[in-house]
Design a protein around this ligand. Structure first.
Ligand code: COA
Length: 318
């Protein structure tokens, strides 16, 4: 697949911070249970005037600016979400209008749940290859708080709202190595957004946990094999932030646990936003200032998964 280099990153968080203690006033839970079983300490929920669309627009604007570009430079827009404000128009089209991105380029949403950002990255690579162009904007964003059943303590404590965005530049020097998959699931281990409203996310947490710890190492191993790399040639590993125990388990299985980044404590599971959100924090923390190779993997409802080797060239924090 056409190679991509990530040259800009952005993120947006809504204004309302919700701690584990806050949730323990709504459902029968505790800070101790949530932090021990998941690693989550707080998450953010949208308030008045905030939604999936506003978060995505804000993260995308930041990513384009951090890439040193203007919206007119963008040649392809892919948005990954399971919680768009409308079925149509797509969030990508609304983003195009808000930022003033030009016409005559591919602009669309995709739904691959928490694997969405990496599915979106692969889609952008394909679009640039087939349709031409140099720069792709890929955004993952969610307002999952509006899909929560606040009576279901095993699910409602896990998720949060956020958006993360990346600008990629076409790179002819290296292929994009990805591993995309799905296990169409008849028992529906994670179900959300059922229409008609009201809709809530329902999930068999134990089954999803087992799925995740199986698919993460196998997907990452396939990506490394495709790239002809071993773990010692990788700078960082960024797993979809769903549960710290899932990440720790996989880090142990794959070795080099010091390369596995975690920020789930700050945001909870933000689905399609979680991988770019982690990359943004790493960049801000000074961990991504040079040319880095980052192995990333997402997994989620569907059940979908996606692994990818991301080549980063973000430069110093401005
Ligand atoms: N607070 C307190 N107790 C809770 C609780 C909460 N928020 N949620 C569940 N419990 C209780 C259960 O009722 C159960 O009680 P019981 O033993 O009296 O029946 C006990 O904790 C253990 O439940 P269990 O489901 O076995 O816990 P767990 O350790 O497997 O953790 C998840 C549950 C959901 C955190 C975990 O399975 C998980 O993270 N799964 C993956 C989910 C995921 O990543 N989904 C998104 C994919 S993108």
């Amino acid at each position: 697949m056409t190679g991509l280099k990530m040259i800009g990153i952005g993120r947006a968080l809504p204004g309302r911070c919700v701690t584990n203690d806050d949730l323990s006033k709504i459902v029968e839970t505790s800070d101790a249970w949530i932090s021990e079983r998941t690693g989550i300490r707080r998450r953010y929920y949208c308030g008045e005037g905030e939604s999936t669309n506003t978060l995505i627009v804000s993260a995308a604007r930041q990513a384009v600016a951090n890439a040193g570009l203007t919206p007119e430079d963008i040649d392809c827009v892919i948005v990954a979400t399971v919680s768009s404000d409308y079925a149509s128009p797509s969030v990508a089209c609304l983003l195009q209008a808000e930022l003033g991105i030009r016409e005559n380029i591919p602009v669309m949403d995709i739904n691959a749940a928490c694997a969405g950002f990496l599915y979106g990255t692969a889609t952008a690579s394909g679009m640039l290859q087939v349709y031409g162009g140099r720069y792709a904007l890929v955004v993952g964003g969610e307002q999952l708080s509006r899909l929560m059943d606040m009576n279901d303590r095993s699910t409602c404590v896990l998720f949060g709202d956020a958006a993360g965005a990346a600008v990629y530049e076409r790179d002819e020097t290296a292929d994009l190595c990805v591993d995309l998959g799905s296990r169409g699931n008849l028992e529906i281990e994670i179900q959300g957004c059922a229409r008609p409203e009201p809709s809530v996310i329902k999930m068999n947490g134990n089954a999803v946990f087992r799925f995740a710890v199986g698919v993460i190492p196998s997907s990452l191993n396939r990506v490394m094999a495709k790239a002809g790399l071993t773990m010692d040639q990788i700078d960082w590993v960024v797993c979809h932030q769903a549960n710290a125990r899932i990440i720790d388990h996989c880090a142990k299985k794959l070795g080099a646990p010091e390369k596995f980044y975690k920020n789930i404590d700050r945001y909870g599971n933000t689905s399609a936003a979680s991988i770019p959100l982690a990359l943004y924090d790493m960049w801000q923390e000074g961990l991504l200032q040079h040319e880095e190779k980052v192995l990333a993997v997402g997994f989620g409802g569907g059940l979908t998964w996606a692994g990818a080797l991301l080549n980063l060239s973000l430069g110093a924090v401005k």
